[in-house]
Design a protein around this ligand. Structure first.
Ligand code: ATP
Ligand code: MG
Ligand code: MG
Ligand code: MG
Length: 508
C-alpha cells in the first residue's frame, strides 16, 4: 500500500462507522495563549471536551498536521537521530463526542489494524492504565476487559500515570488511555529474548503507534474527580509510523512519505543516503523532516521572525541550514529546492502548500540566503573558541576590555579544564552577530562534548534588551506586512537583508 492508500483507508474506515471526515486545522494557532502550534489532533476540538461548545457531529475523523517543537511536547532533539519522531507529522484520529466509548473504540482500532491493514497480531501489544491510588485514580478494568476480547492477556501491559493517563491541565477533563505498540524486531531478535515483551524505549524497533484516550472524569479544583455526564473518545495515530509498519520498513524515512525528498536531496548534494547513524545520514533525515515543518507552517500563515512562533520556525530553518552546510558540504540555499517535491506530494491532502508554493519558496530561500551570509564566520568563531584555549571572543574584548585575566576568568579556562562550558557571553555573541539560535549553539556544543552556560546567555540577552530599549523608544516588529491577507499577496522581497532586522512587504 502507498502512503496515500493508507491514509485513505483510515478515513474510509471511520467514515463507514458513521464519522464525519473533517479537514486538518492549521498548524499555527492564533487564538490560544496556551499553545503556539497544533500538537495533537484533539486541539481543534478542545472546546467540545471543555463543554464550552456543542460538537456539530458526534463522530469525526481526520488527519491533522501536528508540530512538536516547543512546550510540553518537544521532540526536536530526537528528530533524525531516532527514526520515528518528527517535528511535523500527521496524526490520524477518530473522536466520539458523548457518543461511543471504550468497547467500540477498542474494537475498531483492532479491526482496522488487523483486518484492514492486516498487521500481524503477534506483533501488537497494548497498554492499559494500572490506576494510581495516591491520586485516587482507578485502574482501567473496562479497557482491560475490552482488550481481552481481542488479544491474549499477556499482551496487555499495565502502564502508569505518566504514560496512560491524560489530562489537559491541573483541572478539567481527563481520563485513562490505552496505547497500541508494534514490535518491529526481526524474528531472530524476538526469538533470542523468547517471550519477553518489549514496549517503548527498550528497543528502537518497538514503537508506539496509536493512543486511545477515554475522557471520562472532570478534575475539580480541590483535586477530586467527578464522572463526566458525557464521555468522549480522542485517538491519535502517527501516520508516518503506521506507514513504516505497513511498508515493512525499519525507519519512517524509508517509506514513500520521505523517500521522494531524500532522493531530491541526494541529487542536489550529489551524495547517497546510506541509512546509517553517521552525521551525514542524520543530516539527510533532519532535512527531509525539517522542510515539512517549515513549509507547512509558513503556508499556514506563520512567517519566520525574531519573536514567538516565528522564531521557532526560524530556529528550525537555521538548524537545517547548518546540517547541510556542515555535514553535506553544501554551501548554497538547499531547502527551497525541495518545495516542488513536497508541494506535489501533498497536493491532494493539504492543498494549501501547492497553492502558495511560489510564496513559500521565496520566503525560505531569502531566509537561507540571509543565514548563509553569517554562518561560516560564526562556525569559524565557534571552532576557534573550542580549539584554542587562549582565544578571546570579540564580546569580551569589547565589554571586558580590562585585563586578559578577567576575560579568561569569565571564559571557560578557570571554570575547570574538564568542564567544557561555553561561556554565555560568547553564546550571545554567536546569537547577536551571527544569528545562531541558542539551541543551535547547544547542539554544536553537544557534538563536541561541551555544554553552554544558558544562564549567562540569558543574562547577556537581557542586558542587550535593556540597552536597545533605552536606545529606541518604540519596539519595532521584525516583519511588516502590508495588506490584509498576506497569502494572497505577491511577495516583493526584503527591504534589508541583515540577519536581525528585516522588513518584508507584500503588494496586493
Ligand atoms: P512517543 O511516546 O513515541 O513520544 P507520544 O506518547 O508522545 O509518543 P501521543 O501524544 O500519544 O504520542 O500521540 C499520539 C501518536 O502520535 C503516537 O502514538 C505516535 O504514533 C504519534 N507521534 C507522537 N509524537 C510523534 C512525533 N514526534 N513524530 C511522529 N509521530 C508521533
Ligand atoms: Mg512523545
Ligand atoms: Mg508515549
Ligand atoms: Mg502516547
Amino acid at each position: 500500500m502507498t502512503s496515500s492508500d493508507i491514509r485513505r483507508a483510515f478515513l474510509d474506515f471511520f467514515k463507514n462507522k458513521g464519522h464525519e471526515i473533517v479537514p486538518s486545522a492549521p498548524i499555527v494557532i492564533k487564538n490560544d495563549p496556551t499553545l503556539m502550534f497544533t500538537n495533537a489532533g484533539m486541539n481543534q476540538f478542545k472546546d467540545y471536551f471543555l463543554g464550552n461548545k456543542q460538537a456539530p457531529y458526534k463522530r469525526v475523523a481526520d488527519t491533522q498536521k501536528c508540530l512538536r517543537v516547543s512546550g510540553k511536547h518537544n521532540d526536536l532533539e530526537e528528530v533524525g537521530v531516532d527514526t520515528y519522531h518528527h517535528t511535523m507529522f500527521e496524526m490520524l484520529g477518530n473522536w466520539s463526542f458523548g457518543d461511543y466509548f471504550k468497547a467500540e473504540a477498542i474494537a475498531w482500532s483492532w479491526e482496522l489494524l488487523t483486518e484492514v491493514y492486516k498487521i500481524d497480531k503477534d506483533r501488537l501489544y497494548v497498554t492499559v492504565f494500572e490506576g494510581d491510588s495516591a491520586e485516587g485514580l482507578p485502574k482501567d478494568d473496562e479497557a482491560f476487559n475490552e482488550w481481552k476480547k481481542h488479544i491474549a492477556g499477556e499482551r496487555i501491559l499495565m502502564g502508569n500515570k505518566k504514560d496512560n493517563f491524560w489530562e489537559m491541565g491541573d483541572t478539567g477533563p481527563c481520563g485513562p488511555c490505552t496505547e497500541i505498540h508494534y514490535d518491529g524486531r526481526s524474528d531472530e531478535e524476538r526469538k533470542a529474548v523468547d517471550g519477553k515483551t518489549l514496549v517503548n524505549a527498550d528497543n528502537p524497533q518497538v514503537i508506539e503507534i496509536w493512543n486511545n484516550v477515554f475522557i471520562q472524569f472532570n478534575r475539580l479544583k480541590d483535586g477530586s474527580l467527578e464522572p463526566l455526564p458525557q464521555k468522549h473518545v480522542d485517538t491519535g495515530m502517527g501516520f508516518e509510523r503506521l506507514v513504516r509498519v505497513l511498508q515493512g520498513k525499519q525507519s519512517n524515512y524509508d517509506t514513500d512519505v520521505f523517500t521522494g525528498t531524500i532522493n531530491a536531496i541526494e541529487n542536489i548534494v550529489n551524495k547517497k543516503y546510506d541509512y546509517s547513524d553517521s552525521k551525514e545520514a542524520v543530516a539527510f533525515r533532519v532535512l527531509s523532516d525539517h522542510i515539512r515543518a517549515i513549509s507547512f507552517t509558513i503556508a499556514d500563515g506563520q512567517l519566520p521572525s525574531n519573536t514567538g512562533a516565528g522564531y521557532v520556525i526560524r530556529r528550525i530553518l537555521r538548524r537545517a541550514v547548518r546540517y547541510y552546510y556542515s555535514y553535506l558540504d553544501y554551501k548554497q540555499p538547499l531547502l527551497f529546492q525541495l518545495l516542488p517535491v513536497i508541494a506535489k506530494q501533498f497536493e491532494h491532502v493539504f492543498p494549501e502548500l501547492k497553492k502558495q508554493e511560489d510564496f513559500v519558496t521565496k520566503v525560505i530561500k531569502e531566509e537561507e540566503d540571509a543565514f548563509l551570509k553569517t554562518l561560516e564566520k560564526g562556525i569559524k568563531k565557534f571552532d576557534a573558541y573550542i580549539e584554542d584555549s587562549e582565544y578571546i571572543p570579540d564580546y569580551f574584548s569589547e565589554e571586558n576590555s580590562t585585563k586578559k585575566e578577567t576575560i579568561l576568568k569569565n571564559n571557560k579556562i578557570l571554570e575547570g579544564a574538564d568542564k567544557k562550558i561555553i561561556n554565555g557571553v560568547f553564546a550571545f555573541e554567536l546569537n547577536d552577530t551571527y544569528g545562531f539560535p541558542i539551541d543551535l549553539t547547544e547542539l554544536m556544543a553537544k557534538e563536541k562534548g561541551w555544554t553552554v552556560d544558558i544562564d549567562g546567555f540569558n543574562q547577556a540577552l537581557q542586558q542587550q534588551k535593556h540597552r536597545s530599549r533605552a536606545a529606541t523608544a518604540i519596539d519595532t516588529e521584525d516583519w511588516v506586512i502590508v495588506g490584509d491577507e498576506f497569502s494572497q499577496n505577491e511577495f516583493v522581497g526584503y527591504d534589508s537583508l541583515e540577519v536581525k532586522t528585516r522588513i518584508v512587504k507584500y503588494r496586493k
